[in-house]
Design a protein around this ligand. Sequence first.
Ligand code: 5GP
Length: 141
Amino acid sequence: MPHYDPSNIFAKILRGELPAHRIYEDGRALAFMDIMPRAPGHALVIPKAPARNILDIETDDLAYVVQVAQRIARAQMKVFAADGITVQQFNETAGGQVVFHLHMHIIPRHEGVALKPPQSDMEKPEILAEHAERLRAALAG
Ligand code: 5GP
């Protein structure tokens, strides 16, 4: 497996070199809105540790990402009046991974509504900002 490459997009977001609509951040993880959501409210959770995917991440870091993902999922259920949540996580190109910094997709779902294809439409920044704001408020409350 190739080594972690710190020039990936999510590493740039972590370093503040690229913008993101941030939902939650602490010393070990960051949650932010996916720029091409497969459903409204689609969020990503990443570790701060430099891990490519589930194959190289330290177990503790992976467990922490899952903890944050659970909190985001619970907030999404309220904010988007969701009927369910889809969690996805891809590993290496053959596994569907495009960005090589480990991330979990947390996607609010509604009965009978199919997911959009991956990376189909770029969402408007004002919509992503509003969704992030509502999720931050739900996490705080
Ligand atoms: P994956 O690697 O899991 O297949 O997909 C990468 C995900 O990152 C996609 O859902 C895509 O929409 C998202 N993505 C790609 N570039 C950016 C970006 O610059 N900012 C944000 N917030 N998401 C991105």
